[in-house]
Design a protein around this ligand. Structure first.
Ligand SMILES: [Zn+2]
Ligand SMILES: [Zn+2]
Length: 727
């Protein structure tokens, strides 16, 4: 079910201006938002370019030497005379009351000299102080704190902990409004009685962005204390009718209704509640375009229109994933982009979901964690050390049973027809799932596709079909029948022991074909089908994808829960290659949803660099995964308008020239590891792209927009250089 309304919010109820009195606002909670290790430089850009940082002139700073924290230069820092001790303060005096609802701090070059514990306080007179935010234990040099709006002439940072180091501050950014009357006393966001961390996060997101976008700053209050002309009630218990409706929307669905002064956001889960809040912000025009701190777009002076309620919505895909590699350290900004664009998994599916728990709550639609490693897990299920005592469970090669490591590279699979193997695997899965009630089990072959040659296994492979893959690779022997016959057995036995508990596998390599020997796979099996072929056109759009399309249709007839494992953003070699994929992504996802596929995952953005050279593609994917309704043209237009602002028209033309070329010739890009080639970028296309980029460079005024245009200039220079060199 989709949201049935289309118009944007228009002018709505607004309370009278609040008085400019010293803040007594208690803070629901403090949060650290930014840390983005490799994104520090970009952070400065957002502070000045997008979010409403209060002007840095007109402030008196005490001690006087700390004036450098407002100079915009992260390499100039103030440092305390002695080591950190509680009570040490830096005070900012604006000379008149202002409204503050966010404070961002940067330590600068002396990384270890960050504050160990900190309070942000405000005052009308410099004598009586109210607490705006407290962070008890700090372990990062940079800090981004948001709080209910507070009004005061003075803002001070006060240490609450001791440390052997001095205290260093390079930059302080205060956000809010120079007009204390911008405090909106009539609009309140009411937390549920027992607010979980995701509910608090939802409230804080709604509060912060409503304030930034409308210029009227509401507060978050406990439900019992919430009074106002407009009260957003987060997570009230659903009525019987609402509960029925929510059930049809799935666990991530939500209803937004209005009754008098109350706007109720009703959901069946914390995640649904958060997504309901993002729906309101989305209608306001707030967008999170790329995964950097400067990637958000906030339309200033936006008006909230609640005339189009009620809204009922849920996702087109229940499992949404668009950056599928793991990272040593996931930048916080990536996590936030993911959460805010309603993607519900990040990184490699098994482990990284934990990054999202605090925002989304537990239990995504496909099970909380995928136990057993995803996607390659045979050797974890049946470990190699068992070979010594149980060679009969291991593969036969050249007439005898051999251990996994007899084939270099780890691509050898256990014997799937051995009764001993089947017993062991069933017992192991049942034991794991008993101990982990929220999980599903990932049972996927090792990466490599070398299989047992015992007579029983070989027998199941006949007849051997097909002889080539859809993208032309030879397929020496399809083992789909033996593999899915094995899974058929395992899933039935697990279901007998633990009814309803699920197993996930992949259809990949030489087991990517639907099995012929199994008419219908058990309902407790989910299959992620790996998608090969052409990425510049949807699976439903291109001759080169015809076999893949047929295969997916057959999979959906054989299996109740088919997902996709794609390679769309897998740019291992050439991160700077711009990908003209918006239309292909949007068309394909709509078609996949149409044949009943509800889970989608794709590799990419491993090092993160590639994302920023094709930010449109990730954004269009996230939007289309949530709702396949809007067209590629409308999404692309929205993206370029917000992302390139004064340079939007030439940048849109730049992108469109690439996409049109891919469709009109047509030119099929591969599944992954795409590199620049002359058919993708012929000389006349490159000349057109250069011309649009020249116009965009001339049009770009803001530093952030200049930087974004320059990145595409760099991308096309890279393409030209690559074509010249041939590597
Ligand atoms: Zn075998
Ligand atoms: Zn194609």
């Amino acid at each position: 079910m989709k949201a049935s309304f289309a118009s944007v919010y228009e002018p709505g109820p607004e309370g009278p201006a609040g008085g400019a009195k010293a803040a007594g606002a208690a803070l629901a909670r403090t949060r650290r938002l930014s840390s983005g290790c490799c994104l520090l430089v970009l952070f400065l850009v957002v502070s000045t370019a997008r979010a409403e940082r209060l002007a840095t002139d007109g402030w008196r700073v005490e001690p006087e030497a700390a004036r450098v924290v407002l100079d915009g230069d992260v390499h100039t820092a103030w440092r305390s005379d002695g080591p950190q001790s509680p009570g040490l303060v830096v005070t900012f005096d604006r000379g008149r009351p202002v409204l503050v609802h966010r404070v961002a701090l940067r330590t600068g070059d002396a990384l270890s000299a960050f504050a160990r514990g900190l309070a942000v306080e405000v005052s009308a007179d410099g004598r009586t102080w109210a607490t705006a935010a407290v962070v008890e234990t700090l372990n990062e040099p940079d800090l981004d704190l948001r709080c209910n709006p507070v009004v005061g002439r003075y803002v001070r940072l006060r240490l609450t902990e001791s440390a052997g180091y001095p205290w260093s501050l390079a930059e302080v950014s205060l956000y809010g409004s120079p007009d204390p009357g911008a405090l909106d006393r009539e609009t309140v966001i009411a937390l549920p009685d027992e607010a979980t961390p995701p509910a608090r996060w939802a409230a804080e997101e709604l509060r912060y962005y409503l304030g930034e976008a409308t210029g009227r700053f509401p507060t978050v209050q406990a439900k019992g204390a919430a009074r106002g002309k407009l009260v957003f009630v987060l997570g009230p218990p659903p009525t019987a009718a609402e509960a029925t409706k929510l059930k049809s929307l799935g666990e991530e669905g939500y209803l937004i209704t209005r009754a008098g002064s109350q706007v109720r956001i009703v959901s069946g889960s914390p995640r649904g509640l958060l997504y309901g809040c993002y729906e309101i912000l989305d209608r306001l025009g707030v967008k999170w375009l790329d995964p950097t701190p400067s990637g958000e777009f906030i339309p200033r002076g936006a008006k909230l229109d609640l005339s189009n309620l009620p809204v009922a919505a849920g996702p087109s895909f229940t499992w949404r994933h668009c950056n599928g590699w793991s990272f040593d350290q996931m930048p916080r900004a990536w996590v936030l982009w993911t959460v805010r664009n309603r993607i519900n998994c990040i990184g490699q599916a098994a482990g990284w979901y934990a990054h999202l728990d605090r925002y989304l709550g537990a239990t995504p639609a496909r099970g909380r964690y995928l136990y057993g490693h995803y996607p390659h897990s045979f050797a974890r299920t049946l470990p190699g050390y068992l070979f010594k005592d149980h060679p009969e469970m291991f593969p036969e090669r050249g007439g005898k049973r051999v251990p996994y490591d007899s084939v270099p590279g780890g691509g050898l699979q256990f014997c799937t027809t051995s009764p001993a193997t089947q017993d062991y695997v069933v017992n192991h899965i049942v034991e794991v799932l008993r101990a982990r009630p929220d999980d599903l089990y990932s049972l996927c072959p090792n990466d490599g596709g070398v299989w047992c040659e015992c007579a029983e296994c070989l027998k199941l492979d006949e007849p051997v079909l097909p002889e080539v893959y859809s993208d032309g690779r030879p397929n020496a022997r399809s083992v789909s029948d033996r593999f899915f016959s094995f899974l058929d057995q395992i899933c039935r036995r697990v279901d007998q022991a633990l009814p309803g508990r699920r197993i996930l596998t992949i259809a990949y390599s030489n087991f990517d074909q639907p099995p012929r020997r199994v008419e219908r796979l058990p309902d407790n099996l989910s299959v992620d089908v790996c998608q090969y072929g052409c990425s510049s056109h949807g699976v439903n759009e291109c001759e080169r994808n015809a076999e893949m399309k047929r295969r997916l249709e057959e999979w959906t007839r054989k299996c109740a829960d088919v997902g996709i494992y794609d390679y769309t953003f897998d740019q291992m070699k050439v991160q700077k290659l711009p990908l003209p994929y918006c239309r292909a992504i949007n068309e394909e996802l709509r078609w996949l949803a149409g044949i009943g596929i509800r889970a989608y995952s794709t590799e990419g953005a491993g090092s993160g660099a590639g994302w920023l050279y094709s930010p449109w593609a990730y954004w269009v994917m996230a939007r289309s995964l949530w709702n396949t309704g809007p067209s590629a043209a409308s999404l692309t237009e929205q993206f370029f308008t917000a992302y390139y602002q004064e340079a939007a028209a030439p940048m849109r033309a730049y992108y469109q020239a690439m996409e049109d070329h891919a469709y009109q010739q047509p030119v099929c890009w591969g599944s992954y590891n795409n590199v620049p080639t002359a058919d993708k970028f012929p000389p006349e296309l490159l000349a057109t792209l250069r011309r649009h980029l020249d116009s965009a460079t001339a049009a770009a005024r803001q530093p952030l927009i200049r930087e974004r245009v320059a990145r595409q200039v760099e991308a096309i220079a890279f393409v030209e250089e690559y074509l010249k060199r041939g590597t």
